[in-house]
Design a protein around this ligand. Structure first.
Ligand SMILES: [Zn+2]
Length: 258
């Protein structure tokens, strides 16, 4: 079996690495306290993630924290196995913990045709505005409800050769859970699209230097890899605003069809 990713692992900026694939992003931040993993991919990505980390000289046994952008299976699939080999603490929003522990049947396993690797409770439950420090790296969270009610936007404060930046990920920009049928079938708030729109506006006040994709298509991760390989910068102050605007335009189109 070929376990190499179709997007080669690479160092994006400072201590931030991409170790996911074109299917879904997995990021690692190497801190003085250990490795912080952001999202863990589909269950069948375990070997690929381990291989990509090794290529980057990141020892999976050094993982100290596993952070989840939201509770869907394509972002939580290898968490239990990574925790088993490292003893890492797991983090998720208080709201989406009910998805990963099975209280709410909203894991998206059925829709993605994925066998659930097992329910679990996370060790640390995140609320809007929380921030955590791992060595010299600060990571902040804002709630960004819509894709799931507990989706988080994640802001990592990074430094490379004295240049300080904020790298940010919208933890769930997909509109697949925002149509009327899904909302009604799952007892979600009838104004969920309005909730999502408001959160996009709230996030637009943030100054972001580097956009991270929850899925690699969101931020052209493959294009960023090519830029890094040719020595170009991938920071861009305008990309966050463009991303939020384009997401809202997609929301407008969905609204018009509803
Ligand atoms: Zn999702």
């Amino acid at each position: 079996m070929n376990i190499m990713s179709d997007i080669a692992p690479f160092r994006m900026f400072g201590n931030l690495y991409f170790v996911g694939s074109s299917r879904v992003s997995v990021h690692v931040i190497k801190t003085e306290e250990g490795l912080v993993v952001i999202d863990t991919g589909y269950p069948d990505m375990y070997e690929q993630i381990i291989e990509s980390m090794k290529v980057m000289s990141l020892d999976p046994a050094d993982i100290c924290a596993i952070i989840h952008s939201h509770g869907h299976i394509d972002h939580t699939g290898t968490t239990l196995r990574l925790k088993e080999i490292s003893g890492a603490k797991t983090y998720i929003s208080r709201i989406d913990n009910d998805i990963v522990n099975g209280t709410l049947d909203l894991s998206w396993c059925k829709e993605l045709g994925v066998e659930n690797p097992g329910n679990f409770d996370c060790d640390v439950l995140i609320d809007d505005g929380d921030e955590f420090t791992f060595g010299t790296t600060k990571i902040r969270f804002k709630s960004a409800p819509g894709h799931t009610l507990g989706t988080l936007a994640i802001f990592a404060h990074l430094c490379e050769n004295g240049e300080k930046i904020v790298a940010a990920m919208h933890g769930g920009a997909g509109l697949n859970t925002l149509n009327d049928e899904y909302i009604a079938a799952n007892g979600l708030p009838s104004n969920l699209r309005e909730i999502f729109r408001k959160s996009l506006h709230d996030l637009s006040t943030e100054r972001v230097d580097l956009v991270l994709g929850n899925h690699p298509q969101q931020n052209d991760t493959a294009g960023k890899l090519q830029k890094v390989l040719s020595g170009e910068k991938i920071t861009d102050r305008g990309e966050w605003q463009t991303f939020l605007k384009n997401t809202e335009l997609s929301l407008d189109r969905l609204e018009a069809r509803s």
